[in-house]
Design a protein around this ligand. Structure first.
Ligand code: NAP
Length: 321
């Protein structure tokens, strides 16, 4: 049996952006629903230690933080729905969304907070070493590698920024790129090449993430030169894979304006999409900051903007009567 649900505001996605939007919307009396999606809690549920979310002096755990956000959202009046939306219809009002079990959700306004996923190289040894030296976020995890040798993999803006950021913690940073030229903006490249603590290995790819020690941790990378085929061991304790992110926007292709990388386009300085009443926040619209706290901040913005939108709709409906 499938249930249909009607609500003034629906939130899609349950990371920091989604829960923050739900908390603000619930406290504004909108009785929102949050449809959790395939990975309830979002990217933070696959992170362990979190040291940069304000308000906690001690290290906290990502999954715990997300449980707390969910509990707070529910406490103030959010209804959590464990479902995954597979279809959206923005051509009609209220907007209609269909869950993968066939349930239909009708909402006067919608906040999209479906997030993004970091891309990985796809090696079994990389998967095995995630959380044991392999990460996709230097800003999040770089602090744990103070004074250690680290590598960053990739040649775009993110990789170069992460390599530069890591020099705050380490004087032995290696950037590994598969080609002989970076994709990153020139100004970032100039900073990278001027930094004495960064060396670049060109035309090379990581063939293996090498584990060692007890408890098991990353001890190095086997790096293969794509021109010569030669493989060399690069000793590092931390490796940051920075080869791009994939925003979760397949559902919205052709229905919302997306940029060339698939991120939802919003009006600058707002969370407004090109469809009035549909708002986007967090990593699904942010390819630059990608932090839990910036996602939460934009979730707050989305809820405030949705609330304003709904109030204006109501006013117009009353005026028309
Ligand atoms: P990106 O620009 O797509 O760059 C990805 C890099 O990873 C490329 O150098 C690519 O190599 C490499 N790569 C991709 N797949 C790979 C694989 N399987 N193995 C090895 N290397 C691989 O991604 P991004 O750096 O995350 O940036 C995404 C978007 O966000 C861009 O539009 C960027 O400008 C923007 N951004 C902006 C800022 C900023 O303005 N401060 C900061 C971060 C990101 P190739 O070069 O050979 O393709």
């Amino acid at each position: 049996m499938t249930n249909n649900v009607s609500t003034r505001l629906a939130v899609l996605g349950s990371g920091p952006a989604g829960y923050t939007a739900a908390i603000y919307a619930a406290r504004a009396g909108l009785s929102p629903i949050i449809i959790q999606g395939i990975q309830p809690g979002g990217q933070l549920t696959t992170t362990t230690d979190v040291e940069n979310y304000p308000g906690f002096r001690d290290v906290i755990q990502g999954p715990w933080l997300m449980e707390e956000m969910q509990a707070q959202a529910e406490h103030v009046g959010t209804k959590t729905i464990w479902d995954h939306v597979v279809e959206v219809d923005f051509t009609r009002r209220p907007f209609r969304m269909t869950g993968d079990g066939g349930a239909q959700y009708f909402a006067d306004a919608l906040v999209i907070a479906t997030g993004a996923q970091a891309k990985y190289l796809g090696l079994p040894s990389e998967e095995h070493m995630k959380g044991r030296g392999v990460s996709a976020c230097a800003t999040c995890d770089g602090f744990f590698y103070r004074g250690k040798r680290v590598a960053v993999i990739g040649g775009g803006n993110t990789a170069v920024e992460e390599a530069l950021y890591m020099t705050n913690h380490s004087h032995d940073v290696t950037l590994i790129h598969r080609r002989d030229a970076l994709r990153a903006e020139k100004i970032l490249q100039d900073r990278l090449f001027a930094n004495p603590h960064i060396k670049v290995i060109w035309d090379s790819e990581v063939a293996e993430f090498v584990a060692g020690g007890e408890p098991e941790a990353l001890v190095g990378l086997d790096v293969k030169n794509r021109r010569t085929g030669e493989v060399a061991r690069v000793p590092v304790e931390g490796a940051f894979v920075a080869i791009g992110h994939k925003p979760a926007t397949e559902l919205f292709a052709g229905k919302l304006d997306l940029d060339e990388d698939g991120y939802i386009k919003v009006e600058p300085g707002t969370t407004k999409t090109n469809v009035p009443g549909v708002f986007a926040c967090g990593d699904v619209m942010d390819k630059i900051y990608r932090q839990a706290v910036t996602a939460a901040g934009s979730g707050c913005m989305a809820a405030l903007e949705a609330e304003k939108y709904l109030a204006a709709q109501e006013y117009e409906a009353l005026a028309a009567e």
